[in-house]
Design a protein around this ligand. Sequence first.
Ligand SMILES: [Zn+2]
Length: 90
Amino acid sequence: MIQLTTAAKLTNAINKARTVKPLVRVAKFGHYTVTNKATGATYTVECVKRDGKRFAGCTCKAGERGQACFHLAAAVGIHIQLATERLTTP
Ligand SMILES: [Zn+2]
C-alpha cells in the first residue's frame, strides 16, 4: 500500500491510465477491479482511510512493490468521485 498525499506523486500513473484507459468496476466502496482491456489483465485496487490518511494498494507486481501503478491511479480517480458524492449527497 502507498499513502496518497499529493496528486503530483500520481502524475505518471495518471498519464499512463489516460493512455491505457483501463476499465474500472466498483466491487464496493473502496474496492475496485481494474481491467486492462488490451491485455485482459485484471487487478484489485483497495482504497482505505486510516487515522485520517488515505492509502491505496494494487495487486499487480508494481503495486506489490509499493509503486503507484496506473490501475491504482484509475481506481483512485473513481474513488475520489464516489467519496465526494458521498459527502455532497444527503
Ligand atoms: Zn496495479
